[in-house]
Design a binder for this molecule. Structure first.
Ligand code: ZN
Length: 367
């Protein structure tokens, strides 16, 4: 059924096509052809236009009237350096030549989806309605999935293939995250002649910082000030200070509450000192948390079991397209692809993992 040689050939072909975020045109065209040859109805949406990229999300539909609708998705863009990728196959592993990333994140996911479609076609397998989405610009803020009009497809379950770790790991929880600058604007003055005419922005920040929650807020929530920048010279009362802030939580409510509290403290302290507070912190993506006994988790667990893999749910520290689809009301999980040391020059993937993942997908559609 699943053919290792074919998966490896497709994977190598795809990683050699350079596809940094917003420059997915070439891989997009390649995938349009592949999906058409496999008998899917293929469209491209306007996510590229909306986000200033040269390629939209590539969407393929394999109809099955009256059946459940499953989304399978992986992203087309890779992080840099990916100008020229020379994959090396060695001892069951595919790695880069050390001058670039490999791009297994996320072409490993794409390769497994293509193999699943091949197997369905060759064996004329019964299948749910399958909606394949190869998304653009995931790595720079989930731009493709945010723009994708998923509501047009009435999806029942979403299977996103974009996690590191061995196949069998099922991400069912991921945090929501907020990030941005907190700026305090005080007032400059000569520090030696008339300090009383100035408002030191750092002093204001220091007062505020002692009153906010930083570090581990609770088991599900964290926050941090990672960069502080401000000041011009020792003889000038510091007029402005910028704090680069982030907060994450597995609970959207907790994150919102934390942000509210934090902003309130800064507003209040700034007012006390006569400074002004500028807030450029935004929620970048919402989190999600699926229960272990949700149907979609059961479907993946059963698929793992039938090919002898140990299925295991886990939570992630970061965001993926999975966050966006869950926030749009589609129960979705992020499945581990086997990609290792992603976003580094040492990135690699085991061929066995690509094969296992493809087999798992075939079991998922067999239901
Ligand atoms: Zn990824």
């Amino acid at each position: 059924m699943v053919q290792e040689n074919r998966i490896v050939k497709n994977f190598l072909e795809m990683v050699k096509i350079s596809s940094p975020s917003k420059n997915e045109r070439e891989i997009g065209d390649y995938l349009i052809n592949v999906l058409k040859e496999l008998g899917l109805e293929v469209t491209e949406d306007n996510a590229g236009k909306i986000n200033g990229g040269n390629c939209g999300n590539i969407i393929g539909v394999l109809k099955a009237d009256g059946k459940k609708k499953y989304l399978f998705s992986a992203h087309m863009d890779t992080v840099v350096p990916c100008e020229k990728i020379n994959p090396i196959v060695e001892n069951g592993i595919i790695k880069s030549d050390g001058t670039s990333v490999l791009g297994g994140d996320d072409k490993g996911g794409i390769a497994a989806i293509i193999e699943m479609l091949q197997v369905i076609k060759e064996n004329k397998l019964d299948h749910p309605e399958i909606v394949v989405v190869f998304s653009m610009a995931e790595e720079i803020g989930l731009l493709g999935s945010k723009a994708f009009e998923i509501e047009k497809y009435s999806i029942d379950y979403g299977f996103i293939l974009d996690s590191s770790g061995k196949p069998g790991k099922i991400i069912t929880k991921a945090p929501s995250a907020a990030r941005g600058k907190l700026t305090i604007v005080g007032k400059p003055a000569h520090a030696g002649i008339s300090p009383e005419n100035g408002i030191n922005a750092l002093t204001v920040a220091a007062h505020a910082i002692t009153k906010i929650k930083l570090g581990r807020v609770d088991a599900e929530t964290t926050s941090n000030i990672g960069v502080v920048s401000g000041g011009q010279a020792t003889n000038i009362v510091m007029p402005t200070v910028e704090l680069d802030y982030e907060a994450r939580s597995l609970s959207n409510e907790k994150l919102n509450l934390l942000l509210e509290e934090t902003f309130e403290v800064f507003e209040k302290v700034c007012k006390e000192f006569g400074a002004t507070f500028e807030n450029k912190v935004n929620v970048e993506y919402p989190g999600f948390a699926l229960d272990d006994n949700e149907n979609i988790v059961k479907i993946v667990m059963d698929a793992c079991k039938s090919i002898g893999l140990k299925g295991e749910t886990a939570s992630s520290g970061g965001g993926s397209d999975t966050n966006i689809y869950n926030s749009k009301g589609i129960p979705s999980v992020n499945l581990a692809v086997g990609m290792t040391k992603v976003h580094t020059l040492e990135e690699y993937i085991e061929i066995k993992d690509l094969v296992d993942l493809s087999r798992m997908l075939v079991e998922i559609i067999k239901g």
